[in-house]
Design a protein around this ligand. Sequence first.
Ligand code: FES
Ligand SMILES: [Fe+2]
Length: 464
Amino acid sequence: MLRITLFLTLVCSVTYVSAGVTDTLLFEVGRLWIQATRDLWSSMKNLVVYLTDTSNMYVWVCLAAVPVVCYYAYKFFWAPLNRVHGFGTLGYVPDAGRSMKETANQVRKRRQCGNPPPAYPNGWFSVMESRMLQVGEVKSVHGLGLDLAVFRGEDGVAYVIDAYCPHNGANMGIGGRVVGNCLACPFHAWQFKGTDGKCTKIPYSDGKIPDVAKVNSYNVLERNQMIFIWFHAEGGQPTWEPPEIEEITSGEWVFRGRSEHYVNAHIEEIPENGADVAHFEPVHSALVTAGTDLRYITSKLWDFGHHTFTGSWEAHSKPEGHIGSLTLKHSLSLFGFHIPVLDLKVTAMQIGPAIVHMFFDSPAGKGVYVQSLLPEEPLMQKMVHHIYMNWMAPPIVGKFFLYSEAVQVERDMMIWNNKKYEGRPVFVKSPEDQMVAKHRRWYSQFYSENSQKLTMRKDSKIEW
Ligand code: FES
Ligand SMILES: [Fe+2]
């Protein structure tokens, strides 16, 4: 009985004391809260009074800074990223006394080219991004050994024809004018139809238009916000098409940025990189902050983080024989701890010789990188990447993904820009090297008898 009495007395005392303390605490918190609200309100009133005092010079400075801050905030958080690196701006080690650009030009001439396959494989190639060609606009494009005039007729359709006018050789992509769905030459205004390249009008002649007054026109496909042409060394018609990405067409995935690079290498080197899983660790494992220069990516400063990639590549079977796919898992660890929020599952579909759709699934949302290649010269590739991401993901996330991917690609560029194409590589018996061999067999389907061979000198340098 005594124990029970003591216990009850203890409980009552503790309850009484805690109630008192809780009361005091609550009172104090409430008082502080009211005080903070009053302070905030009076600071805001003071700020409004200050900002409306037009006699104060600082007010005008602040007001002038507002649009600048808004513009940069918009650029940083919202506007699509546009990362463009012209030829010779990265991916080389400058010679002593030479700039990066001068070195790049030297490397193009002095580098051994090895024994590469033909320069221009058969397939669909993106000549331009749709957003860059408005109705009534004409642009000049050089690629695949062709000079092309790309224009959008008044019907909104994109047309591609050979640029040189048969009358007297003017380049119609430079200063030509769109008339209806035809392109008028800038020199004497002959008009050529976008659909078949035939001349439809010679402004100063009533006579018959000669049959030879025509230029080549190309099969054009506008898809996934790109303008593609079909190129085939034998003049063959398309046997497949790049698939439509429905999420882009429907607007579910939104454009968040692009990157543009010029790679000094044979076109096949770039897709082959996807099947070359053995290069992921040496080239891509360092943190993005370690930069793009392979000489410094192993710096101690950044070795607290590590990207890990595991993947495999395989060719599809018919009727999708023109597709190869890479499945890849990416994870990041910092100070030895795995960061699951940055895990990425990637499926990269290589569609023909020059298009890649790389679908990813991240904790921030789904999306796709679209890569397109255009050989501007036998060993000079224009490489464009786009990123589209679920509209709900903040734009800055998509921009960051594109930036990270661009940095990784720029590391590859340092290899591509300086290597030779090794037609007889020394492979070992390993799944890694076998995958590259498999990729080469798959890619060989895009060359045909008349595919343009590179003319080599004896020292394996390309004729210049
Ligand atoms: S050169 Fe084109 S119309 Fe004369
Ligand atoms: Fe790579």
